[in-house]
Design a protein around this ligand. Structure first.
Ligand code: FE2
Length: 284
């Protein structure tokens, strides 16, 4: 599904946008499924907020034990200082993670499609396998900032292999917090790494040089577009201050034969499913 020109763009820029990768009906169905989790959320659970700005979730069990299930994470501003929910439930959540491709039949079916394996093959990944998945709610008015980062910082393999498949489930533009990226910066060394030590994880700085965000470009895309992100590419998004949500589904892929260091925060409790094979654990 990738043309030679799209492959060349990916290797040159560190990303490529593929319009019309997902039909509108499927986009709506995935969004609706993820919203249903927010309506059914058990608010008696001590759920964590998720912030890429201060990583306040990093020492919370709710986050560190979410690698093999589906858990919801609040927006950092979802609660008032007295602990009460300050926004409607549909706008309260930042994301759901991190095994939608294993634990939900709809997301598993979507993630298992052979064309994602063909795409990964075209990019040169050997035996691409699904490691992590997330639904990013980026709700109207409350969707928070995602600070500039590389995915390899959070999902390391040796050699490096992580690639992000980021599906826009609604139109994403500057007004509702679209993705931004630094073209070509995937050739620079990764500057941070998120390291797990027991029940904690911390973000270590390898190079304190700040990214020059003046070089960043907005990746404004229509509903159904797929943005493929190199694991070393710095990317980020601004808060969503608009009246429109910016839902996205992201599937992170690694090479199955690469070494996966045990100090990654995510510790899979099953063999990683290869792309193009059934993923729903209820089916195997
Ligand atoms: Fe990312």
């Amino acid at each position: 599904m990738l043309t030679p020109a799209q492959c060349a763009a990916y290797h040159r820029d560190g990303f490529v946008v593929i319009p019309d990768a997902v039909d509108a009906k499927t986009c709506r169905a995935l969004h609706e499924r993820a919203l249903s989790w927010t309506r059914d959320a058990d608010l008696t659970q001590p759920m964590a907020a998720f912030s890429t700005v201060d990583h306040q979730h990093a020492d919370e069990q709710w986050f560190l034990e979410s690698g093999d299930t589906i858990r919801l994470f609040f927006e950092p501003d979802a609660h008032s200082p007295d602990g009460q929910l300050a926004v409607p439930l549909a706008q309260a959540f930042n994301k759901a993670g991190h095994a939608l491709h294993r634990d939900d039949p709809l997301f598993a079916l979507f993630s298992s499609q052979a064309r994602w394996q063909q795409l990964a093959d075209a990019l040169g990944l050997r035996r691409p396998a699904a490691l992590q998945s997330m639904f990013l709610y980026k709700a109207a008015g409350t969707g928070g900032e995602v600070s500039c980062h590389t995915d390899h910082s959070f999902l390391r393999t040796e050699p490096s292999s992580v690639v992000g498949l980021w599906f826009a489930l609604a139109d994403a533009d500057r007004s509702n917090g679209c993705m931004w990226a630094l073209p070509g910066s995937h050739r620079e060394p990764v500057r941070q790494r998120f390291v797990r030590e027991g029940s904690r994880a911390t973000l270590e700085t390898l190079d304190a040089t700040p990214y020059d965000l003046s070089d960043a470009v907005p990746l404004e895309v229509r509903q159904g577009s797929l943005i493929v992100l190199h694991g070393h590419l710095p990317h980020f998004s601004h808060p969503n201050h608009s009246a429109r949500p910016r839902p996205a589904y992201t599937l992170h892929v690694i090479e199955a034969d690469a070494t996966y260091p045990p100090d990654n925060w995510l510790v899979p409790s099953w063999p990683l499913p290869l792309l193009g094979t059934p993923m729903w654990r209820g089916a195997v």
